[in-house]
Design a protein around this ligand. Structure first.
Ligand SMILES: [Zn+2]
Length: 559
């Protein structure tokens, strides 16, 4: 939303909080256990409950739109993606196989696989296997027991490296090991697959990107391939592949996790999106914030495209599933070239139909339900992604990039920024007549979207961002809660609250004051008891929280 984000959007990623009572499971798995129940029985019931929060969705696309060569390329891309999936397991939870070998219960095995480890990613990373402790913030990026201070004081060269892990040598000294050495054999295989795909590729830009990305995987030098990816314009297929987001590194938000998306362009929808990119500088100038926070010029070389995703692997498949992607994350490339915003339309539609509509039916005021529609949802998600490119990347206080200044507090605030500035853009474009639709639909659908995303919980950057938004908007009277537990938008106050929150977040980012962001998170990014009770109604009704995918060459019908 990740920043390239993933909208794990609206959707994505995770920073962790412990002890958030508001986000713990409400099914009373431990409090109702009788004395004869072992901890294992209680966890089994927990898994049985929680696996139901996922709705299965098949990832397909219209293969008739592709050339025979493109159909031949897809299985190669999928195999390369599957290698990224294995690498992400190594990063997030390298003991997968030994743990799975001890588990017979199918639901537990499946829940572990969905979560890429024995912690419930959509419930504050609660451990769901007996004897497993809290999820380590370090994942396998840092050695067990290493403190932040120890690394900060050490003389390791690549302390905050994107593409290396920190380990201890035989004397206990901290050293960094580059990914291309640590994972050499897997990366070589993935690289070979991309080279094979490049041989088949008919689009010159795509061919060039595949070749450069293949080189990048085995060298950890992604810059040339990122530029080639931005220069590619006429491709029908795409693969986003490599170590990209840093949500999984909860110690520093520094090191990148492997992932891949295999994508097929939706040309009709892509055309609809193309025109908004040229409007970015104008939208930047209009931001509701003091002048010093909006001096940066957003790139206009950015692209907005819609795709069907046919394969998710690794980080983007863990936790809440990404439905829009804004990349590359490299700030220097962003400033020179802008970003590519990829809207993952089939996944978005699946979330809208299977999750957002049922939530709206339960929680949105019945007279306003008519305003909830897919076009508004699609636009809100799309403008969330565009909004990652707006605002401020460099602090105004001499603290360097916002991302570096805010460290582990960066992701959630950035996701909150993208949500609210996305809405700001929708509002502005509607008023200018550049966007079709009814403001009431955008606002009501946004409200339903907040209620959807707060369910991701405090372990998710998007969850926290939406909690902050909910609380801020509530204080501003942007919506009221009816006595029957439904929410009614006040359209005029919604806009005022949107401007207020935009200003607050950009100012926090521009100041680069990490302590202030932490304070905001503790005070505002929380779920009240009343909201939790309303969210519990969704759980009681069995409304899914997220989707999981049936995917691959068989599902797609290629081989
Ligand atoms: Zn985002």
């Amino acid at each position: 939303m990740k920043n390239i984000s993933k909208l794990k959007l609206v959707i994505t990623g995770c920073v962790m909080l412990t002890g958030m009572a508001a986000c713990t499971n409400q099914n009373g798995t431990s409090t109702t256990a009788t004395k004869t129940d072992s901890a294992t029985d209680s966890l089994q019931r927990y898994v049985n409950d929680r696996i139901g929060i996922y709705e299965k969705v098949k990832l397909t696309t219209n293969l008739n739109e592709l050339t025979p060569k493109e159909r031949e390329i897809l299985p190669l891309l999928i195999q390369a993606a599957q290698i990224m999936d294995e690498l992400f397991w190594k990063q997030a939870y390298p003991k997968r196989d030994s743990l799975l070998s001890t588990i017979k219960d199918e639901k537990t095995r499946s829940f572990l696989t969905i979560n890429y480890g024995p912690w419930d990613r959509l419930n504050g990373d609660k451990p769901f296997i007996a004897g497993i402790g809290a999820k380590p913030d370090a994942a396998s990026f840092y050695p067990p027991g290493m403190t932040k201070e120890e690394l900060e004081k050490s003389d390791v060269k690549d302390k905050m490296g994107l593409y290396s892990v920190i380990q201890r040598d035989s004397t206990g000294k901290l050293v960094s090991v580059p990914y291309h050495i640590l994972y050499a054999s897997e990366l070589q295989k993935a690289s070979n697959l991309l080279k094979q795909a490049a041989l088949l590729a008919e689009d010159a830009g795509f061919k060039n990107y595949l070749n450069l990305r293949a080189d990048a995987l085995v060298s950890d030098n992604y810059t040339a391939s990122d530029y080639a990816w931005m220069d590619m314009k006429t491709n029908n297929l795409d693969i986003i592949i490599g170590p990209i987001e840093n949500y999984e590194d909860k110690l520093f938000n520094a090191r990148a996790s492997y992932e891949a998306y295999v994508l097929v362009k939706d040309k009709v929808w892509s055309k609809r999106l193309a025109k908004y990119v040229s409007m970015l500088p104008q939208l930047q100038e209009g931001l509701p914030v003091d002048a010093k926070y909006k001096k940066e010029k957003p790139g206009t070389d950015s692209e907005l495209n819609a795709y069907d995703v046919i394969y998710y692997a690794g980080d983007c498949n863990a936790g809440s599933k990404t439905i829009a992607v804004n990349l590359p994350n490299d700030e220097i490339i962003q400033q020179k070239k802008g970003t590519r915003r990829s809207q993952l339309k089939n996944a978005m539609k699946a979330k809208f139909d299977k999750i957002l509509i049922p939530i709206a039916n339960e929680l949105i005021d019945k007279d306003q339900l008519q305003y909830v529609n897919f076009d508004s949802f699609f636009s809100n998600v799309m403008f969330h992604e565009v909004a990652h490119g707006l605002g401020i990347k460099q602090t105004v206080t001499g603290k360097g990039f916002v991302k570096e200044a805010l460290q582990e507090q960066y992701s959630w605030l950035e996701e909150g920024k993208a949500d609210v500035l996305g809405l700001y853009m929708v509002t502005g474009l509607l008023k200018k007549g550049e966007l079709e639709g009814d403001l009431k639909s955008f606002y009501t659908t946004y409200m339903a979207g907040i209620l959807r995303s707060v369910r991701f919980g405090a372990a998710s950057a998007h969850g926290k961002a939406n909690m902050q938004c909910f609380n801020f908007f509530k204080e501003q009277g942007a919506f009221v809660r009816n006595a029957n537990g439904t929410y009614k938008v006040d359209f005029a106050k919604f806009e005022t609250a949107m401007n207020g929150l935009s200003k607050l977040i950009i100012t926090l980012q521009g100041n680069g004051d990490k302590a202030a962001v932490e304070k905001t998170q503790k005070e505002k990014a929380v779920i009240s008891a009343e909201l939790q009770a309303d969210l519990n109604r969704l759980t009681e009704k069995g409304i899914p929280v997220d989707i999981v995918f049936e995917q691959g060459v068989d599902v797609l019908g290629v081989k």
